[in-house]
Design a protein around this ligand. Structure first.
Ligand code: SF4
Length: 189
């Protein structure tokens, strides 16, 4: 917060697009479409340990008209796809789509006629998050990839966008779970 005593003598200048895009990237509202185990990692991403709120994207919305970031976490069947497309169409523009995990991006191990072998055959995907399941760090990296793109944009474009089609690489170092706890040099857990 700005110190009110500084305001009479100090002026901050910036560009309108920077302020608008700062607000846009700091307030992504996800629409979770979680159908399987990847959904549990999505929940973990919003929990206190990973704290998605640090990136302004923790306000999950289950009404598509209040959401601008669809996260598809898990496998999607042919019967589900019309519903998923309907939800996507109802979301506000500009909007983004993250395909989270192998199943959403490729069908994963479910090479069956009833499972969609990649949701990008039916809807525009902006970021592919790899893994089975992806760790929360990787999903956060995918959200940050969208934030970086928003920062680079001008004012929000009108009309429909082309999908970004970015692929995220895992950038974390796995550590032992649970984390060992020592007290006075003694390992207690
Ligand atoms: S990618 Fe792996 S963890 Fe995610 S929904 Fe498919 S099987 Fe489950």
């Amino acid at each position: 917060m700005l110190d009110p005593h500084l305001l009479p003598d100090n002026v901050l200048t910036t560009q309108l697009k920077k302020v608008v895009n700062w607000a846009r990237r700091s307030a992504l509202w996800p629409m979770p479409f979680a159908t399987a185990c990847c959904g549990i990692e999505l929940m973990a991403t919003a929990s206190s340990r990973y704290d998605l709120a640090r990136f302004g994207a923790e306000a999950m919305r289950f009404s598509p008209r209040q959401a601008d970031l669809m996260i598809v976490a898990g496998r999607v069947t042919i019967k589900m796809m019309p519903v998923l497309q309907h939800i996507y169409q109802q979301m506000t523009e500009p909007k983004w789509v993250i395909s989270m995990g192998a199943c959403a991006s490729t069908g994963g191990v479910f090479d069956a006629y009833a499972t969609i072998q990649g949701i990008d055959q039916f809807m525009p995907v902006d970021v592919y998050v790899p893994g089975c399941p992806p760790r929360p760090e990787t999903l956060i990296e995918g959200i940050m990839a969208i934030q970086r793109k928003i920062d680079e944009e001008g004012l929000p474009p009108s009309g429909l966008r082309r999908p970004l089609q970015l692929a995220v690489e895992p950038s974390y170092k796995p550590s032992a779970q649970p984390v060992p706890v020592t007290i006075g040099g003694q390992l207690v857990r």
